[in-house]
Design a protein around this ligand. Structure first.
Ligand code: FMN
Length: 351
């Protein structure tokens, strides 16, 4: 009897993960804010760019490697900071990190990780970033910056779009309770715990302050306008992630790939531009690179990989994307990531 190949694309990974996960966990991961228009738009927007195939350009040897913050990654796909990988597999972030390390890419570890930052760093010899928020408690921020540096994390990623809670209706209906990450300090008796998403009073001064407190590169996550891309550059950020949090915070935004060019223009080469949201196919990655992203992240698909087969599942998700990027690059006549320029895509007229 021939063996089933298992899921052959990221949509099939999601379908299988959906069968395996408890409904409320699936809904938590897949869901977004209010009507989930931004979740859908992040995906659909890729259809509005078409690829421009090129032929006879010697694509016999493809190189998918590139650099992010000056360091090499073996493909332009990184793993986005997402809380609670143990929701999808008991090995949680450790399984994800081992898969990322084996694939030669970076895992951005969420403030809400279900594994300690230090234990995770010891679990593989790969590359990690640490994500957190502009917290009100500056001593805690300093302590997390210290912990990140001492444990060998290579950058900090500050998520700026979550300081106000969102309305996720699936979670409300399911009475879903989000547990606090294990890395947060316990609240002192009589004091309220640090707010998970950061301080609603935060301003650009806070990002400048974080930058002044660390030698690690600072990546600003959650940028959707040219104005904010400009302010990130002025605040000294080293990179920005064009992101609407996978449509999980504010609904009714444009798709991330639709605002990418605006961010690229405003940044004027001062910061690296990364992107996440709705990346599910190798062609999506190539389109985002053609429109000016240095690399992209995947969020939900890492959970689908974990739910289907732990570390191997995440490895397979990355492998599928790698294969699809290769096909797209070869057929667009591009053998290196650096050669993926704006002439690879064209805005497709609506059908
Ligand atoms: C279950 C889940 C948890 C997430 N947790 C965080 C988080 O702790 N911090 C953060 O900055 N972004 C978080 N995100 C957002 C991701 O970093 C990323 O922006 C988004 O998932 C990208 O969109 P995609 O899921 O369509 O790939 C989370 C996303 C998901 C699906």
């Amino acid at each position: 009897m021939s063996r089933s190949p298992g899921p052959i694309n990221l949509f099939e990974f999601e379908a299988l993960a959906r069968k395996r996960l408890p409904k409320k966990e699936y809904d938590y991961i897949a869901g977004g804010a209010t009507d989930e228009l931004s979740v859908e738009r992040n995906r659909r927007a890729y259809e509005s760019w078409a690829l421009r195939p090129r032929v006879l350009r010697n694509v016999s040897a493809l190189d998918l490697s590139t650099t992010v913050l000056g360091k090499k990654v073996s493909l332009p796909v990184l793993l986005a900071p997402c809380g609670g990988h143990k929701k999808a597999h008991p090995e949680g972030e450790i399984a994800t990190y081992r898969a990322a390390a084996a694939a030669g890419t970076i895992l951005a570890v969420s403030a809400n990780a279900s594994t300690s930052f230090e234990a995770l760093a010891r679990a593989a010899a790969g590359r990690l970033w640490l994500q957190f928020y502009p917290f009100r408690d500056r001593e805690m921020t300093k302590s997390w910056l210290r912990r990140a540096q001492e444990a060998g994390y290579e950058a900090v990623c500050i998520t700026l779009d979550s300081v106000w809670p969102s309305k996720r209706e699936r979670n409300i209906r399911n009475n879903y309770k989000q547990l606090r990450g294990v890395n947060y300090p316990k609240a002192a008796p009589g004091k309220s715990p640090v707010r998970g998403g950061g301080d609603p009073a935060a301003t650009w001064k806070d990002l400048e302050w974080i930058k002044s407190q660390t030698e690690l590169p600072v990546v600003a996550k959650g940028i959707m306008t040219g104005e904010d891309a400009e302010l990130c550059a002025e605040a000294g950020a080293d990179a920005i992630i064009v992101s609407n949090h996978g449509g999980r915070h504010l609904d009714n935004t444009l798709a991330t790939v639709e605002v990418l060019s605006e961010a690229v223009a405003a940044a004027k080469g001062r910061v690296e531009i990364l992107l996440d949201g709705g990346v599910r196919r190798g062609a999506d990655v190539v389109k985002a690179l053609a429109l000016g992203a240095r690399a992209v992240f995947i969020g939900r698909p890492l959970f689908w990989g974990l739910a289907v087969d732990g570390q191997q599942g995440v490895a397979r998700v990355l492998e599928i994307l790698r294969e699809e990027i290769e096909i797209t690059m070869a057929k667009c006549g591009r053998s290196t990531v650096a050669s993926i320029d704006s002439t690879v895509v064209v805005k497709a007229p609506p059908l």
